[in-house]
Ligand binder design. Structure first.
Ligand code: GUN
Ligand code: ZN
Length: 431
């Protein structure tokens, strides 16, 4: 029998969606709780005293009054942009041409791709992130590099070869046919192997011809368990550009739909400036909107009205969008999501933010049956948060009467210093 480990502390659990019902009815913190881990999985969650008595042989790891929560799930990022995060002074199209494409061209070198993949997984684990949905580059081996690095850590990753056959530099362009062939070969090599999940990845409509979008739509129809990730309605200039490139499309979302790229396994990053028709259609099709609030602020894209989309029943995920996003931290990302909603007159509760960064993102990736909540049977992907990690947070937390005020202080003021430990598939990876 595997050794069992009992993690004790304050335990965050969910019994529903806090955007569909009152958060108090579906999000709970047990101040004297425990999570029992065996092998890669959680086998029980409950009161510390009861689990200790029932499993006297389990090794106890006491986290005192730290918050034990599901590991964070970052539903949209670009691991190849790790080394150029925080690049100054540009908005989307200029930012891509000036900083992003030259950096992504460096991934022609497999060793560079492997180095950055390992660096990225270290940085995200230090921030409590246990699952990532990341774009790779145009190079198929950039997908191998991330899946291999993740597999060595027992980690769940969603990624795919970024496809671009126009409006990109020569060394970053494929073709409709090679994008189809290379993506198909990667699906056969990786999809469903261990914890690897493939996402068919057209970067966005401006960098694909209609022929390439059609080829990728066909590939998705042939491989319906794959995810599909792309960008949608991020900046006004980009939307105008899409209109000029696809004059017959009803709107930006339609450029995907008319090529077979709209579905409930579709992940649409940003989706800020949607028309009422696009919102209706996403709601109808259950397309996933992935909120990237630090990126939306950093490259000047705008503030998503997330509560409005939630009200329409659109499934939502939360993401850093590294390196358009300005942080690897999902805590910083939750803070930015709070601030973006304030622009629309909504105050998200800390419980809603924590849910979005874990169970909400997991649901957006169709992985909520195995990650995103502390539930028996799920992988033991866990983040431990110190709720007094800095002087600024401790002095704020000490004033508060409720644990939720403490959690909110850590969400708004916290960073990797708040992450005491990260567990992936039952092993502590940050010790
Ligand atoms: N749109 C197309 N590519 C990108 C990218 O790499 N980052 C962001 N933020 N938006 C994009
Ligand atoms: Zn992105």
């Amino acid at each position: 029998m595997n050794t069992q480990t009992l993690l004790t502390g304050q335990i965050l659990t969910f019994s529903g969606d806090p955007f569909a019902q009152a958060w108090e009815d579906c999000i709970h913190i047990d101040s004297v709780g425990a999570v029992l881990v065996e092998g890669q999985r959680i086998v029980a969650v409950g009161k510390a005293e009861i689990l200790k008595a029932a499993h006297p042989q389990a090794k106890v790891v006491s986290y005192g009054s730290d918050l034990i929560c599901p590991g964070f799930v970052d539903a949209h990022s670009h691991y190849p942009q790790t080394a150029m995060i925080a690049s100054w002074g540009k908005q989307l199209i200029d930012w891509l041409n000036t900083y992003t494409f030259p950096e992504e061209a460096r991934f022609d070198d497999l060793t560079y791709a492997q180095d950055i993949a390992a660096r990225y997984l270290d940085l995200t684990a230090a921030n409590g992130t246990t699952t990532i949905a990341s774009f790779a580059t145009i190079h198929p081996h950039s997908v191998d590099a991330l899946f291999e690095a993740a597999q060595a850590r027992g980690q769940s990753v969603v990624t795919g070869k970024t496809c671009m056959d126009r409006n990109a530099p020569d060394d970053l362009r494929d073709t409709a046919q090679s994008a189809y062939d290379d993506s198909k070969a990667l699906i056969e090599r990786w999809h469903g192997t261990g914890r690897a999940h493939y996402a068919i990845t057209p970067r966005f409509s401006p960098t694909s011809t209609p022929e390439q979008l059609s080829a990728l739509g066909a590939l998705w129809a042939e491989n319906p368990t794959c995810l599909m990730q792309t960008h949608l309605s991020e900046q006004p200039d980009e939307i105008e550009w899409v209109k000029s490139l696809y004059p017959q499309a009803r709107d930006y979302l339609d450029t995907y739909e008319e090529h077979g790229l709209l579905g409930d396994r579709g992940l649409y990053g940003h989706s800020i400036h949607l028309t009422p028709r696009e919102i209706d259609r996403l709601a109808e099709m259950q397309g996933r909107v992935i909120h990237c609030p630090t990126s939306n602020a950093f490259i000047g894209s705008g503030a998503l009205n997330l509560p409005e989309l939630a009200k329409r029943g659109i499934p939502l995920g939360l993401a850093t969008d590294t390196g358009g996003g300005s942080s690897f931290s999902m805590l910083r990302t939750m803070a930015a999501a709070y601030e973006a909603a304030q622009h629309h007159g909504h105050a998200l509760h800390a419980a809603q933010l924590m849910w979005l960064a874990t169970a909400g993102s997991a649901r957006s990736l169709h992985l909520d049956h195995e990650i995103g909540s502390l539930t028996a049977g799920n992988y033991a992907d866990i983040a431990i948060l110190d709720l007094n990690s800095t002087q600024a947070i401790a002095q704020r937390a000490n004033r508060s009467g409720s644990v939720w005020e403490d959690v909110f202080a850590t969400v708004m003021l916290g960073d990797d210093r708040a992450v005491r430990a990260t567990w992936i598939a039952g092993a502590c990876v940050t010790a």
